[in-house]
Design a protein around this ligand. Structure first.
Ligand code: MSP
Length: 633
């Protein structure tokens, strides 16, 4: 096998802006790509956006834009985010790209020519959230288990992919390739799906119902089902059916997904590939969910965590480290800012940061910054060296099997071991008594730090490179590899070490808090001019307050029932400035198209506008009575 590695993320739906769930999968892909670079592999990394289907049409409509304009905008948010997270994807695919459309049509033709597509009338229960038909067996109390809504009964003539034909083949393939789907729990889940008869897959939608999709090459009245379209990105993105890129990388393809989309990737996709005459991918790597307060992150719950909010406060590498260290790949994890701060202070500032600073200080103080070229190791030095080399081997094995948290624990054990070595060797004593020993000890400290910098590079590339700069390494980042590291001492410092800025300062929980945060926000507010088009996206309405009651146990919140053409519940933070009963009957201005958010257990479906000055908060009210629901322009 050639040393090649092809990694993909799911292509994300453009119906919502990116959050930490999307960031996690994409960062894992980036960490893997960098790790394979360290192993000397030729790599390719693909991510992108999934832009067709009902979901996108509905979101575009809600935003008052055409599907194309809407998809362009949200796809842009993803594309622009990745460089800010130091993600090094080699391409970014959109399902609206002409080259992707061509490949989808080509594969449909191949599968059709193979006799695996047929036309039939079908009546079934369709969940618009999932964009698919559900069998009775899959529904829980008659409802879609994901969206908790009752699917609609739809009767339509459609094209079907003869997926059932590939069931036995897929079962044998999974048995013959035990790590095709991993970790094992997800392989077992797929085998358990496959223990029941596999139904054929409906792969078209009539254009009379949905026009936003790729037309079937053999019937212009239909568009391709969004999953059949989307999965094909993994081959269209590397040029299938033409191109060297496809031939070079497809045999080494590894997909990364969360458990939500196990079925399309573990079942539909291998069957589609088989029917199109393409080899299956190499591995499907499945991870769990990031949860917030033990629940799923979702727009409607208002608990969505945006990556850049965290990065701007705590730094990018700290964020990347936290995600990789905290989640056990395959299982769900709880996200909390407290845990993030805890990890930064303990692992980064205390353990690694202090170790680096104290080591560089000693080399500068005792050796004028010059690391010796030749030393005379003693048994304690050899023991350290062996510990380091065995760490490198174990690290490589753990990263290869996607046990990122264990690989990082191992690196931190090495950090602990080096701290202990320094304490035992006490270079500050040797400096007074034994120059030869001092040189050997400091040499071994710096050599170990160089190796640590290489091992952390996939997860914290910018910090690792700064560390390499401070250690005086000539080659940095992707210029280094694990084999260099194994060749102890080969990575000569080309110049003196330089003690620079502390790489990982201690942090406090300071999100949205403190006067500086407020000032910074105002500063940003001043700079961020918006266009008239963006302003027009705001839906401001006049509402009459029908009922108001203070929310128990909250100092600030009042629950309001308002009439704005329709009745809505709004939670407002004005209890310190208005008595609830005085608010009833007032007319106020409301942001009507804000994502709902839960505050103290009450869902708020909008936000009141108020002015704030040193005398308090003052509601914005129209100067005459207006019809409730009137638009504010
Ligand atoms: N468009 C489809 C995928 C098509 S791939 C051919 C889709 N898009 S999505 O925008 O909903 O993205 C789902 C993926 O986002 C998950 O599989 C996972 O990679 C990531 N995550 C979204 N929320 C997540 C969490 N809360 N936690 C972890 N990852 C999550 O499905």
């Amino acid at each position: 096998m050639a040393k090649r590695f092809y990694v993909t993320t799911p292509i994300y739906y453009v119906n919502a802006a990116p959050h930490i769930g999307h960031a996690y999968t994409t960062i894992v892909a980036d960490v893997l790509k960098r790790f394979y670079i360290l192993r000397g592999y030729d790599t390719f990394f693909l991510t992108g956006t999934d832009e067709h289907g009902d979901k996108i049409v509905a979101a575009a409509k809600e935003a008052g834009q055409s599907p194309q304009a809407y998809a362009d905008r949200i796809s842009g948010l993803f594309r622009e985010l990745w460089p800010k997270l130091n993600i090094t994807n080699d391409d970014f695919i959109r399902t609206t790209d002409p080259k992707h459309k061509k490949t989808v049509q080509r594969i449909l033709e191949q599968v059709n020519a193979n006799g695996d597509i047929y036309f039939s009338e079908y009546e079934g229960r369709y969940c618009f959230g999932c964009e698919r038909f559900y069998t009775d067996r899959e529904l829980v109390d008659g409802k879609c288990p994901d969206h908790l809504t009752e699917p609609q009964v739809i009767k339509e003539a459609n094209y079907f992919f003869r997926m059932s034909k590939y069931q036995d083949w897929l079962i044998s393939y999974i048995h013959e390739h035990p790590d095709f789907i991993r970790p094992e729990r997800y392989r077992n889940e797929v085998l358990s799906f496959l223990s029941e008869p596999l139904e054929d897959l409906c792969i078209s939608r009539p254009r009379s119902r949905l026009d936003w999709g790729i037309p079937l090459p053999f019937d212009e009245d239909y568009v391709t089902y969004v999953w059949f379209d989307a999965l094909i990105n993994y081959v269209s993105g590397i040029g299938y059916p033409d191109g060297d890129l496809f031939n070079k990388f497809w045999p080494y393809a590894q997909h990364l997904v969360a458990k939500d989309i196990l079925k399309p990737h573990g079942i539909y996709w291998p069957c589609m590939l088989k029917a199109a005459g393409i080899e299956p991918y190499q591995h499907l790597n499945v991870h769990g969910y990031w949860n917030i307060n033990e629940g799923k992150m979702s727009k409607s719950l208002g608990n969505v965590v945006r990556p850049l909010d965290l990065v701007s406060i705590y730094g990018l590498d700290a964020f990347r480290y936290f995600l990789m260290r905290e989640m056990v790949f395959g299982l769900d994890s709880e996200f909390s800012e407290e845990a993030l701060v805890g990890r930064i202070n303990a692992d980064l500032a205390n353990d690694l940061g202090n170790l680096l600073q104290r080591s560089l200080t000693m080399v500068q103080r005792y050796l004028d910054g010059q690391v010796p070229e030749k030393v005379h190791p003693q048994p304690e030095d050899d023991e350290l060296r062996e510990f380091v080399l065995s760490t490198v081997d174990q690290y490589e094995a753990l990263m290869t099997e996607m046990s990122f948290h264990k690989a990082l624990i191992l690196v931190w054990e090495l950090i602990g071991r080096l701290n202990k070595y320094i304490d035992t060797m006490a270079p500050w004593v040797l400096a007074k008594e034994d120059r030869v020993r001092l040189e050997s000890v400091l040499y071994h400290i710096i050599e170990t730090l160089k190796i640590i910098s290489v091992l952390i590079w996939p997860v914290m590339p910018a910090s690792a490179e700064k560390m390499q700069e401070q250690l005086g390494l000539e080659k940095k980042g992707s210029g280094l590899c694990l084999d260099d590291v194994r060749n102890w001492g080969a990575q000569r410092s080309m110049r003196a070490v330089v003690k620079g800025e502390a790489l990982f300062p201690r942090v406090e929980m300071k999100r949205e808090r403190g006067p500086e945060a407020k000032e910074k926000k105002m500063e940003q507010g001043k700079k961020a001019l918006i266009s008239f088009g963006e302003f027009q996206k705001l839906d401001l309405r006049v509402a009459t307050i029908l009922e108001a009651e203070k929310i128990p146990k909250s100092k600030k919140l009042v629950k309001l029932t308002v009439d704005m053409g329709e009745q809505r519940t709004i939670v407002a933070g004005v209890a310190e400035h208005y008595r609830a009963e005085d608010m009833v009957g007032k007319q106020v201005v409301v942001v009507a198209n804000l994502e709902p958010a839960k505050l103290m257990g009450v869902e708020s479906q909008g936000m009141l506008l108020a002015a704030e000055d040193e005398n308090g908060v003052h509601l914005l009210v129209p100067d005459k009575k207006v019809i409730p629901g009137s638009k504010v322009r």
